[in-house]
Ligand binder design. Sequence first.
Ligand SMILES: Nc1nc2c(c(=O)[nH]1)N[C@H]1C(S)=C(S)[C@@H](COP(=O)(O)O)O[C@H]1N2
Ligand SMILES: [Mo]
Length: 201
Amino acid sequence: MTTRGFTGRRQPPETTDRIPPGQSLTDDFPVLSAGPTPRIRTDDWSFTLKVGPKPVIKWTWAEFNALPQTKFTRDIHCVTAWSKLDTRWQGVLIDDVLAEAGIEPPTEFTLAHSYDGYSTNVPAKDLLGGKAMIATHYDGKPLVPDHGGPARLLVPHLYFWKSAKWINGLQFTTRDEPGFWELRGYHTYGDPWREQRYTGD
Ligand SMILES: Nc1nc2c(c(=O)[nH]1)N[C@H]1C(S)=C(S)[C@@H](COP(=O)(O)O)O[C@H]1N2
Ligand SMILES: [Mo]
């Protein structure tokens, strides 16, 4: 049994069913960043996979783009209460990143790291099984800097702050270590369907 949610506009039920509690649909793509947009030339870009403090492998832009490419279409949900349906992405699945590195997830937790000093924690299992990618394209075009280009993490089933823009590394950690927003009161996990916006939700 479902009730039509009030989204400010009349939506077909199959669409309202895709909007988590407390969210409203947007057709725009808002930009939300804690600081200024860093401009990273692809010649200077690299991505490092680490286990604890130890680097396992580091890819240049050319090497990274030679990894298997995947396209997916997903709904995204920002903690500031907007949701956007059917966003189209292309990039490298985290499954493929690990396969290319020749490792199985060595710990249960990860931290994504970015060029602007941002970080966010995501359980390893939430990055696997086709659930997450390092996205290099949005809507058929190279990802623009404001949305995280050259490359961002995309974990669409969690609130969008988990999708670290300008990513340059993924680190497996032994403990669940809070990242930038998690240290500032955001929920450690961030499931939009359980409205896990803030610590204690
Ligand atoms: N590196 C980095 N990644 C980030 C952020 C940031 O400030 N720095 N903001 C996060 C937040 S709070 C949100 S809602 C989304 C916004 O992504 P968008 O600007 O593409 O909409 O990026 C997330 N990833
Ligand atoms: Mo956000």
